[in-house]
Design a protein around this ligand. Structure first.
Ligand SMILES: [Zn+2]
Length: 395
C-alpha cells in the first residue's frame, strides 16, 4: 500500500497532493462500505468495487462467493511441519513458552460485493485466517502458546482484536494481512509498525524479524526500498489495530492479492504454509536473541526503611540469563541503551549490572499522582524489552 502508483517514486509535492486526493477518496469509500475504522488499505480495487455494492443473491457471482481458497485437509500444516520443505531449526526451541496472539485481518465480509478480493474473487479474510492457523500450528509445534483473535469467518472490531492480546497477556501481537492496490503488477512484502521509530523499539524488532523471515521464505522478486513501514504513512493516527495494541505488535502485509498471479498462489495451501513458515522462521530468530522485559519491583520486597520516598525500582531481565549458559553471569544488557521516562520526559537512573536492578529517584518537578513510566533497554542481541510502559503512582 505504500505506493499506490507502482514503482515510480513521487516527489514530495506530488505525493502530498496525491495523498490529499487519495485521502478524500479513501474516506468516502471507507464510509460508503461502513468500514471507516477497518481498512488498512484505503484505496484498492476491491474497496472501489465495494462502492457499487449491490445486494444480490447470485451465488455464482465470484465477487460474492464464500469459500475462495483451494480446499485443504485440517491437518495440512501438521503433516508437513518438519518435512524437507518446512524444517524446524534447533533455535526455534526458544519460542517455547512465548505467548503469541495472532490476528487474522477482516472476516465476516463475504456479503460485501467484491470487498477485499483479488481479480477472480479470492478473499483476503480467508487467506489471512489460513495463514494465521498454519502459523499457530508451527508455533505450537515448538511449545509456544498461541491465541487467534478469530477462529472463523467473523468480524470483530480493531480495538477488540488488540484487547484479546491484552486480556490474554500475550508477549507478541501479530496482525496478518495481504495487500491491495490499483497497480495489478505490484507484489511486495511490507511489515508495519505503529508510530515513529522511537516509540516502541520492540515493535521494530518484531516487524524486522517477520519481514526477514518472509523475504527468505517467499523470495518475492519485487522489493520496496523500505519494507518496514510506519502506519502513519497511511493515516495520521496509524492503523486502528496497531494503535490499540499495548503488546509488542506488528502488521504483516505479506503480498498483494490484487496481482493476478499472486492471487492464484494465495489460494494454494502449500503457499499459505510457506507464508506462515516465513513468519515462523522470523519469530524463531527473534526469540533466539531473547525477549527482554522490565517489571516494577514492589516496595514490600524490602523493609520500608530501605526504600526512600519518591523512588522506583525496576527489575530488568535480558531474556537470556535464565538459559544458564556459559557467560550468563556477565551483563548482557547494553548499559547505554537504558532510558527511563516519566510522562515522556527522560529521568536519571542507576543500573546495577550485577542485580539488573534499575533505581530511579523521581525528580521534584513530577507532582504527586498518577503518571506513565517508560523503561527501555536492549540486550546483547539488540532486542528491546517487550513491556516498556507502566502506570505509576507518585506519593
Ligand atoms: Zn487487510
Amino acid at each position: 500500500m505504500e505506493n499506490q502508483t507502482g514503482p515510480t517514486e513521487l516527489t514530495a509535492t506530488d505525493a502530498n497532493r496525491r495523498w490529499r486526493l487519495l485521502g478524500m477518496s479513501a474516506l468516502l469509500i471507507a464510509c460508503i462500505v461502513g468500514a471507516c475504522s477497518h481498512v488498512t488499505e484505503p484505496i484498492t480495487t476491491s474497496d472501489q468495487s465495494a462502492t457499487d455494492a449491490v445486494s444480490t443473491d447470485d451465488a455464482s457471482d465470484p465477487m460474492l462467493s464464500v469459500d475462495t481458497l483451494l480446499p485443504a485437509p485440517e491437518d495440512f500444516a501438521l503433516t508437513r511441519i518438519g518435512s524437507e520443505d518446512f524444517p524446524i531449526p534447533p533455535h526455534a526451541k526458544y519460542l517455547e513458552g512465548i505467548r503469541i496472539c495472532i490476528d487474522p485481518g477482516h472476516g465476516g465480509d463475504a456479503h460485501k460485493h467484491g470487498y477485499k478480493r483479488g481479480p477472480t474473487g479470492v478473499r483476503e479474510a480467508e487467506m489471512n485466517l489460513r495463514v494465521a492457523q498454519y502459523l499457530r500450528d508451527l508455533l505450537v509445534h515448538v511449545g509456544a502458546e498461541v491465541k487467534l483473535t478469530r477462529e472463523g469467518d467473523n468480524d470483530l472490531s480493531l480495538a477488540d482484536r488488540a484487547k484479546v492480546a491484552d486480556d490474554w497477556d500475550a508477549d507478541l501481537f501479530i496482525s496478518c494481512h495481504h495487500n491491495a492496490t490499483n497497480n495489478t503488477e505490484a507484489n511486495r512484502t511490507t511489515v508495519w509498525y505503529h508510530g515513529t521509530v522511537d516509540d516502541r523499539p520492540d515493535n521494530l524488532d518484531l516487524a524486522r524479524h517477520l519481514c526477514e523471515g518472509l523475504f527468505d521464505s517467499l523470495q518475492i522478486p519485487q522489493l520496496t526500498g523500505i519494507p518496514l513501514k510506519s502506519d502513519q504513512l497511511m493515516y495520521e493516527s496509524g492503523f486502528g489495530v496497531l494503535r490499540a495494541a499495548n503488546k509488542t505488535a506488528a502488521l504483516c502485509e505479506t503480498s498483494f492479492y490484487t496481482n493476478p498471479e499472486e492471487e492464484q498462489r494465495l489460494r494454494d495451501p502449500q503457499y499459505n504454509l510457506r507464508e506462515a513458515y516465513g513468519m515462523f522462521m522470523g519469530l524463531a530468530r527473534y526469540a533466539a536473541g531473547g525477549l527482554p522485559t522490565a517489571s516494577i519491583k514492589p516496595a514490600d520486597d524490602e523493609s520500608p526503611s530501605q526504600r526512600a520516598p519518591r523512588t522506583l525500582v525496576f527489575q530488568l531481565d535480558d531474556g537470556l540469563r535464565s538459559r544458564n549458559a556459559w557467560g550468563s553471569d556477565r551483563s548482557m544488557i547494553l548499559k547505554d541503551s537504558i532510558a527511563v521516562r516519566i510522562d515522556g520526559e527522560r529521568v536519571p537512573h542507576e543500573f546495577s549490572a550485577d542485580t539488573y536492578e534499575l533505581n530511579i529517584t523521581i525528580p521534584d518537578r513530577i507532582e504527586s499522582g498518577e503518571h506513565n513510566a517508560t523503561v527501555q533497554f536492549e540486550n546483547m542481541f539488540k532486542n528491546a524489552n517487550t513491556t516498556p510502559n507502566f502506570a505509576i503512582t507518585v506519593d
